[in-house]
Design a protein around this ligand. Structure first.
Ligand code: ZN
Length: 154
């Protein structure tokens, strides 16, 4: 890994310890450039298998199917925060990471439905309205309008 301070090509691991509650490892690294010597921390964690094909968009469009990608999951979560631009910017990535780590710890080979259900679950704990927008966008609920034009959820 390169140095975060001077971009020197070599750093060494000075210390490492496994995370107690999840499948991750903290490492203390030190830059090997004698005029820098900066120490910094990295966190290594498993990534979800990118061979799994996932629907990110509306269920009916086949072109929205693609290999799992944390950035795409982040974008699909961000799309559920049209009502809260601050939360969208601050929390979309960490919510996507939470979904990814939950899937890794709970499901051996997650399907597109598992990912949608887990994302909905995580969003629901965080923001009901975002969860509802996500659910509507992923066919988990159907929003129809009654005769007076009010939305109703099935
Ligand atoms: Zn350095």
């Amino acid at each position: 890994m390169i140095c975060v301070n001077c971009f020197h090509a070599k750093t060494k691991v000075a210390n490492s310890r496994p995370h107690k509650k999840s499948a991750g490892t903290w490492r203390r690294r030190q830059c090997l450039n004698p005029s820098c010597g900066k120490t910094f921390t990295t966190y290594e964690k498993p990534a979800l298998d990118d061979s799994i094909s996932i629907h990110y968009g509306p269920r009916k469009s086949p072109e929205s199917s693609a290999p799992f990608s944390l950035s795409k999951l982040t974008l699909s979560i961000a799309a559920s925060f049209s009502h809260d631009a601050v939360a969208r910017q601050l929390h979309s990535l960490s919510l996507a990471e939470t979904v990814e780590q939950l899937l890794i710890s709970q499901v051996r080979t997650p399907s597109a439905d598992d990912i949608a259900a887990t994302t909905h679950h995580v969003l629901k704990r965080f923001d009901e309205l975002a969860a509802l927008q996500y659910a509507a966008g992923h066919g988990l609920v159907e929003i129809t309008r009654n005769r007076r034009g009010r939305p109703s959820i099935r």
